[in-house]
Structures are given as structure tokens and as C-alpha cells.
Ligand binder design. Structure first.
Ligand code: NAD
Length: 436
């Protein structure tokens, strides 16, 4: 099939590349010229494991190309995907201006039937709004489909190529058939394609992300309680996770959820509920608890240093909001840096992939180390904000050589408590006893 993908961010580029991989001809459109030039030159603008092989192969075989020219991008496309930002507007509700703006631009260019697919995460009723834009600007027939994306950054290619499920929201039989054919190669193992109406599809995505954010937040509260009552959250986690109804995944406590999706989607669903005069109480609690959780590591640091960290040097391992990505949007590490700097401390950071993004954001406010050990040089303490595998089994001899104090605040519970006792560390993690 001939496909256009509008927006080449984490979702759009993965979608475009993975659709080309099954033999479709895909043109990706973005308004950022620098990004498009980079891709035309064979460079991937984001870090996403496994994307490079598919990206280069499909460009080489002529199935994947890039343009800033919308007209050229959509001219021959049977299906047009919109993978555009839906950031929070001033009131926290999703800002639909990218989506509705692109719909208007597309509507003025098309001359034959197209399926318009919304891949962005949007509130209930957006498909209707997009359809109304087309109705206003063209007589050409279109079907607007809601097809939310469930990929996880860090394993996005795997998630796209073998999704747990595909959700297709449309009442048009014609669009359903085309979308079904397009996705068939991705569900060969028997995973389901759920066809539903547009509104149910739109709500499915918000409900999924909000549920996951709630699960994490629940565990963060359990962890906080563990610290107070002297329980170990790792034991509690295992104890409850073995129940199939609860499941083992997404039960790891930490320093608050971040990223480009959970914070904005929980907020947007709560706002959408308010708009429909429904008080979605649990989401308000989730946001409230998450705000507090983001300061928990800095609180521990301040408590240890008796409220005075002025002039103290801290090493911070991990900047990305989770491992295997360079994405720092709403990353807990950024809140920690902010709080430490505000308290007068000096911060040296290391992250395997996200250094350039943080440098672009914070410039010389902090120091950037070339590797995880360099970050520790002369540090009064180490803080861990992202569970990159490379931090899980570090060279403790090397650490001891460079750290000023053997003090670790671990927001991701990477180390065994007994090991830290044996090594003589002060070690403060989440939902477990402090050891020293
Ligand atoms: P992103 O910010 O990484 O990418 C958006 C891209 O759209 C950018 O490259 C931007 O330059 C481009 N763009 C903006 N306006 C444009 C226009 N008028 N024409 C062409 N291109 C334009 O965003 P993302 O993370 O890919 O997310 C996109 C949507 O998918 C959001 O609604 C998000 O909530 C949703 N989503 C994201 C993820 C994720 O893990 N990132 C997962 C599932 C769903």
C-alpha cells in the first residue's frame, strides 16, 4: 500500500519505518527541515533500539522516504497517518491544534478518497472533530480512523512489529478493510485486532495509560508506607505480583512516572472527565501522589545532609525518563537536578543516550561526564534516576576510588541491600530499609 505518515517523532518514525518493513511504500512528512534533511542523509534523529537496521534497509530498497512537502507526501497515499504532538494546553486538556491544523492542510490538498488515521493520543470526540474539518474544506470522501499507538519507547520496534493488540476505531467498512489488510502482517501470531467505534478506541488509549500510571503510583505509595512500617517493598512486590490478577509487571516503585505520555495523558483524561461533568477522583490522587514522589530522592538527600547541600557535589546516573531511550520529556532526573541546583549543590551527570538532549536544555548549569565513573569524581554522593542496565553491576572498586563519600541514593532499587552493607556504603533506596 501507499502510506503517508505526518510527524516523524518517536511514534511517526517507528510507524513509518515498520510499515515500510512489510512492503508498503511510505513517505514520512515533517515540518522540521533539519530533521528531514538528517533522515534524507540516512541519520536517525532519535535513539530507539533496533530502528537503525529497518530504517537503512527500507531507505535502501526505496520503500521509505522523507519530505517537508505535505502535498508531495500525501499525493499518492491511500492511508494518511497523523503522528503529531498532542501536548497539554494551558488548562491541562490535550492541545489538538497540531491535529486539526494538519487535517485542514490535508483537506485542501486531496482529490480522491483517503483514509485519515489518527495515531496520536487524543480525547474522545477528536475523530468527529477531524471529520468536521474535512467536511468544511472538501467534498472529497474521507474516513477518519482512530488507531491509537501502544508502543513503548525503548522497545518501540518490537512493540510495533508484534503488538499485543491493534485497536482500530472506525464504523466505515471500507476503512476497516484497508486497515485490517495493513495490519495483518503484524498479528500473524494470533494477537487480536479489535475493531470498535472511534470514541471507544480513543478512550482505550487514555484508559490504558492512566491505568498504568495508577499502577505505578499505587506501588510508590506502598513503597512509602514500607519505609515507615519497616517492610521491604521488594518482598511485597513479589508477594502480590505472583497473583495473576495483579501481574508481575509495572510493580517497581521509583521516583514518579515521567515521559511524554503518562503525565499528559492522565491530566488530559481527568480534564476530559471534568468537561463531561464527571469527577474522576482516582486520577486526581494519582497526579497528586506523583508530584510528591518526584521529590522523594532529593528529600532523602536533604535529610541526610541535614538540609544543607550548598557547595556539595552530586553525581547523577541516568537522565532519560526510562532506560533504552534518549527521551527526557518529564524525566524525574530533571526535577532532581532542578531541586539540587536550587539548594546550591553542584551536579555532574551521566546517561548512556540522553546527554545531548539534556545539554541542549540545561547547558552549563550542570557538568557532563564522559562515563559513569568520571561523574563520581569527588562526589559527596551518587544519585540514581534511571535503571540503565549498565548501572546494575558497576565496578564497585572503581567507584570507591573516585567517590568522596560512599553514599548512594537509589531511586530505582538497583543494588542488593546486603551487598551494600558488605561494601560499607550508606545506601538509601525506595521502600526498603536504609543500610550503612
Ligand atoms: P514527537 O514530539 O516525538 O513527534 C512529533 C513530530 O511531529 C515532530 O517530529 C514534529 O516536528 C512533527 N510535527 C509537528 N507539527 C507538524 C506538522 N504540522 N506537520 C508535520 N510534522 C509535524 O511526538 P511522539 O512522541 O511521536 O508522539 C506523537 C503522538 O503519539 C502524541 O499524541 C503521543 O501522545 C502519542 N504517543 C506517543 C508514544 C511515545 O512513546 N512517544 C506512544 C504512544 C502514543
Amino acid at each position: 500500500m501507499k502510506i503517508a505518515v505526518i510527524g516523524t517523532g518517536y511514534v511517526g518514525l517507528v510507524t513509518g519505518t515498520c510499515l515500510a518493513e512489510t512492503g508498503n511504500n511510505v513517505i514520512c512528512v515533517d515540518i522540521v527541515e533539519e530533521k528531514v534533511n538528517k533522515m534524507k542523509a540516512g541519520q536517525i534523529p532519535i535513539y530507539e533500539p533496533g530502528l537503525d537496521v529497518l530504517f537503512h534497509r527500507n531507505i535502501a530498497q526505496g520503500r521509505l522516504s522523507f519530505t517537508t512537502n505535505l502535498a508531495e507526501g500525501i499525493k499518492d497515499a491511500q492511508i494518511i497517518f497523523m503522528a503529531l504532538p498532542t501536548p497539554p494546553g494551558g488548562d491541562g486538556a490535550a492541545d489538538l491544534s497540531y491535529i486539526l491544523g494538519a487535517a485542514k492542510d490535508i483537506s485542501k490538498l486531496i482529490t480522491e478518497y483517503k483514509v485519515i488515521v489518527n495515531k496520536s493520543t487524543v480525547p474522545v470526540g477528536t475523530a468527529d472533530k477531524v471529520a468536521a474539518v474535512f467536511k468544511e474544506h472538501t467534498n472529497v470522501e474521507v474516513d477518519v480512523v482512530s488507531n491509537p499507538e501502544f508502543l513503548r519507547e525503548g522497545v518501540a520496534v518490537e512493540d510495533f512489529m508484534k503488538p499485543d493488540r491493534v485497536v482500530i476505531g472506525t464504523r466505515s467498512e471500507k476503512a476497516q478493510k484497508l486497515m485490517g489488510e495493513l495490519y495483518a502482517p503484524y498479528v500473524r501470531q494470533g494477537n487480536p485486532i479489535y475493531y470498535m467505534d472511534e470514541r471507544s478506541s480513543e478512550l482505550t488509549k487514555y484508559a490504558a495509560n492512566s491505568f498504568l500510571a495508577t499502577k505505578i503510583t499505587f506501588m510508590n505509595e506502598v513503597a512509602n508506607l514500607c519505609e515507615i512500617v519497616g517492610a521491604d517493598v521488594d518482598m511485597v512486590r513479589k508477594g502480590i505480583g505472583s497473583d495473576d490478577r495483579i501481574g508481575k509487571r509495572f510493580l517497581f516503585p521509583g521516583i514518579g512516572y515521567g515521559g511524554s505520555c503518562f503525565p499528559k495523558d492522565v491530566q488530559a483524561l481527568e480534564k476530559a472527565a471534568v468537561e463531561h461533568k464527571y469527577d474522576f477522583k482516582i486520577l486526581k490522587a494519582v497526579m497528586d501522589v506523583n508530584e510528591k514522589q518526584k521529590t522523594i530522592l532529593t528529600d532523602k538527600v536533604l535529610q541526610y545532609f541535614k538540609g544543607d547541600v550548598k557547595g556539595k557535589k552530586f553525581a547523577l546516573w541516568g537522565l532519560a525518563f526510562k532506560p533504552e531511550t534518549d527521551d527526557i520529556r518529564e524525566a524525574p532526573a530533571l526535577y532532581i537536578i532542578n531541586d539540587l541546583l536550587a539548594a546550591g549543590a553542584e551536579v555532574t551527570v551521566f546517561d548512556p543516550e540522553a546527554m545531548a538532549n539534556v545539554k541542549a536544555l540545561l547547558g552549563d548549569k550542570i557538568n557532563y561526564a564522559n562515563d559513569q565513573y568520571e561523574a563520581l569524581e569527588g562526589a559527596d554522593a551518587l544519585l540514581i534516576a534511571t535503571e540503565w542496565s549498565v548501572f546494575r553491576n558497576p565496578d564497585f572498586d572503581k567507584m570507591e576510588e573516585v567517590l568522596k563519600n560512599k553514599v548512594v541514593f537509589d531511586g530505582r532499587n538497583l543494588f542488593d541491600l546486603q551487598k551494600m552493607i558488605d561494601l560499607g556504603y550508606y545506601y538509601n533506596s525506595i521502600g526498603r530499609k536504609i543500610v550503612s
